[in-house]
Design a protein around this ligand. Structure first.
Ligand code: UDP
Ligand code: MG
Length: 317
């Protein structure tokens, strides 16, 4: 069986369109490969009619499952909940807005089924239809990120991915609270086949990601997967201390050779401000790691369940 996990946050406009598309694919998969399907909608605290629509589908079609959160916990939590409550031998994650083309599913399935790969992931090679500034920052993010961490992060990678149970169990074994899936998928290793496609625009509704939300998300990714910023701050500290030493030597020598004409108030102030600013910045970076650590040690659950018709997946059941 293949489990399809669909994180949904205020997707009432998309549910029906998505259902039709996935229904087609599922009968296709059954005919072609004899593979059944379950579709798990994870309602991430939507304030619209998403859960009503999903439950209606579930009452008519036993292929449809739902998990409903008590509030909005974010897409990462939805992915985790979906995987941990899916029963399939293969698990796929797919957005509700059809930006992840269901038509790619057979191709992904074949790659994993053959045993050659443990997961098949997708990346969009174009960012057509996206605000240019967003694309620009996204590209920078992947560049910098790949320099700073050994975990591979692929530019344009989507969360759309099909994996075998081994891969899915590995993802579940990472029980961290701050879940940056794009990194987690790379971190667990195994063999992944990359499938490329042209960006598809949303079928209906609106994106849930504002520029600000993406920026915070990117910072979360940095903190979760690399401590390079801390190392950088140590180096910058060294450079500054060294520079201060050189300046000191310069001032002493000048005083001995030329006396001491009073000058340089403005330059002094600007140096003080500059150093102060850098210090604040780095205290902020340290604070960022500390706050993530704080959230981790509290060991809060990744999500709180409201209602569901699924069961926890039991390893070795
Ligand atoms: N999503 C979610 N929780 C959130 C935000 C988004 O479950 O807090 C879901 C959303 O319903 C969609 C997927 O994550 O199925 C991707 O969101 P969206 O299409 O808004 O992002 P984009 O494709 O614009 O990056
Ligand atoms: Mg989308």
């Amino acid at each position: 069986m293949i489990s399809i996990i669909v994180p949904c946050y205020n997707e009432e406009a998309c549910i029906d369109i998505f259902y039709k598309a996935i229904k087609d694919v599922s009968s296709n998969m059954l005919d072609k490969y004899g593979e059944t399907m379950e579709v798990i909608f994870v309602n991430d605290g939507s304030s619209d009619r998403t859960i009503e629509l999903v439950k209606e589908l579930a009452s008519k079609d036993e292929m449809i499952k739902y998990i409903s959160f008590s509030r909005n916990f974010g897409k990462e939590a939805a992915i985790y909940a979906g995987i941990s409550r899916s029963q399939g031998d293969y698990v796929a994650i797919m957005d509700a807005d059809l930006q992840d083309p269901p038509a790619l599913l057979p191709q992904m399935y074949e790659a994993v089924k053959s045993g050659e790969y443990d997961s098949a992931a997708t990346r969009r090679v174009t960012r057509k239809g996206e605000p240019p500034i967003r694309s620009f920052f996204a590209r920078r993010f992947y560049k910098i990120m790949n320099k700073m961490t050994r975990t591979e992060m692929v530019d344009g990678a989507r969360d759309y991915r099909l994996m075998n149970r081994k891969f899915a169990d590995a993802i579940l074994s990472l029980g961290e609270y701050n879940r940056f899936s794009k990194g987690l998928f790379g971190w667990v290793g195994f063999k992944t086949k990359w499938i490329e496609f042209e960006n598809v625009e949303r079928s209906a509704g609106e994106t849930k990601w504002s520029f600000w939300k993406l920026l915070v998300y990117a910072l979360d990714g940095v903190v979760a997967f690399t401590t390079a910023p801390l190392v950088i701050s140590v180096f910058v500290g060294f450079i500054f201390a060294f520079a201060a030493f050189v300046f000191l030597a310069f001032i002493v020598i000048r005083k001995l050779m030329f006396g001491d004409p009073v000058a340089g108030w403005a330059s002094t102030i600007s140096v003080i401000l500059f150093i102060g600013g850098i210090q604040m910045l780095f205290i902020g970076i340290v604070g960022e790691y500390l706050s993530k650590t704080y959230l981790e040690v509290k060991k809060r659950p990744i999500y709180i369940l409201d209602e569901t018709n699924t069961e926890e997946y039991k390893i070795n059941k």
